[in-house]
Ligand binder design. Structure first.
Ligand code: NAD
Ligand code: TDX
Length: 332
């Protein structure tokens, strides 16, 4: 039995990973989460008390981090400010959590000689042209566009430096866009699903031609568990499931699945510096570590996600009104 510390475990992907690990291993999991606007304790309901501990706290709190690192073997670092649009509004918490927070954890990993896995994003590589057949690989140069992605890029580089300079036993994964249940309504897919439930027309930034490479959060979790079990220290692994879709196609799919006319959406003000296209080549993870995604059909994964938001309004409704008020203030 390993003792795992999961930072950001009350967020969308971190909570998915906690359930994934509890269901498939004998490990004990401690979650450290600040419960920002994005964290939701209810996403961790139902976990067995003898295998799960929740600690409400901040990853920049060095004494607390030090104490928790002394009690575990392995740390999986999900905590972040994660939304590009918020980073354009106020970058400051992105610097604190994504940069200073990651630094605080790395120093503790170094002192306590703990195995560390850093969760990151394909956005560190910038964007690709729409018609370009190329995809990101582990060798693509870093070229982040937004305050969010630049702080994630900075955090990746800190991890690499702590591996090389101090021998910290760390791995990094950079994943494409996740979808599935328990995602905050500020993000694209849940925003549009909950808009339709509320009778609001979906909002597409600009022309809606931008492409994202969608992966189900369950597949992200299985990939991270694979890296923890078989990954090589110091290596970076890209995680993706060949799920490229334009935003327009996704909105039309959601509308169709929800029984609405597929043209019943609005074009709104584009995101500043909006990345055109992301696409992941996950050959390294698949061939070297033997990982494969379980979700192969985006439309059925999306249909199950629509069903989840229909059935779990109590989970998302408290955040919906002020999220929409924020977007409305920016013409989005
Ligand atoms: P999220 O915003 O849903 O969750 C973030 C969690 O971190 C929340 O529970 C929040 O309370 C917590 N947190 C924030 N600041 C903290 C702090 N200072 N101390 C402790 N906890 C803090 O984000 P998510 O979508 O689940 O993303 C998780 C990670 O995965 C992030 O590192 C993100 O960069 C990465 N990622 C996300 C995606 C995606 O599509 N969502 C894709 C690739 C990588
Ligand atoms: O209302 C919207 N309309 C719209 O057209 C919203 C909220 C978004 N969009 C567009 C912007 C993007 O092209 O949809 C696409 C997806 O937007 P987000 O859900 O905000 O995701 P993105 O900016 O691509 O970043 C996500 O994937 C990488 C996560 O939020 C990051 O945490 C992760 O690193």
């Amino acid at each position: 039995m390993r003792r795992l510390l999961v930072t950001g475990g009350a967020g969308f992907i971190g909570s998915n990973f906690v359930h994934h690990v509890i269901d498939r291993t004998d490990d004990h999991v401690t979650v450290l989460d600040k419960l920002t606007y994005a964290g939701n304790r209810a996403s961790l309901d139902g976990l067995p008390e003898d295998r799960f501990t929740f600690v409400h706290g901040d990853i920049t709190d060095a004494p607390l981090v030090d104490q928790l690192f002394s009690e575990v073997d392995t740390v999986i670092h999900y905590a972040a400010e994660s939304h590009n649009d918020n980073s354009l509004d106020d970058p400051s918490p992105f610097l604190d959590t994504n940069i200073v927070g990651t630094y605080t954890l790395l120093e503790a990993a170094r002192r306590h000689e703990r195995r560390f896995h850093h969760i990151s994003t394909d956005e560190v590589y910038g964007d690709l042209a729409l018609e370009d057949p190329a995809r990101f690989t582990e060798l693509t140069p870093y070229n982040p566009s937004s305050p969010y992605s630049s702080t994630k890029a900075g955090s990746d580089l800190l991890v690499r430096a702590w591996v090389r300079s101090f021998g910290v036993r760390a791995t990094i994964s950079n994943c494409s866009n996740n979808y599935g249940p328990y995602q905050h309504v500020e993000k694209f897919i849940p925003r549009q699903i909950t808009n339709v439930i509320r009778g609001i027309r979906p909002k597409l930034y600009g022309k809606g031609e931008n492409v994202r490479d969608w992966i189900h959060a369950d597949d992200h979790s299985s990939a991270v568990l694979t890296i923890l079990e078989r990954g090589v220290i110091g290596e970076t692994y890209l995680i993706g499931a060949d799920g490229e879709k334009s935003n327009k196609d996704v909105v039309e799919l959601i509308l169709g699945l929800m029984g609405e006319r597929t043209d019943a959406y609005d074009h709104v003000t584009d995101r500043a510096g909006h990345d055109l296209r992301y696409a992941i080549d996950s050959t390294k993870l698949r061939t070297e570590l033997g990982w494969t995604p379980a979700f192969r059909d985006f439309e059925s994964g999306l249909a199950a996600t629509v069903d989840w938001y229909r059935a779990n309004e109590d989970w998302w409704a408290p955040a919906k009104d002020h999220t929409e008020a924020f977007y409305a203030s920016k013409g989005q």
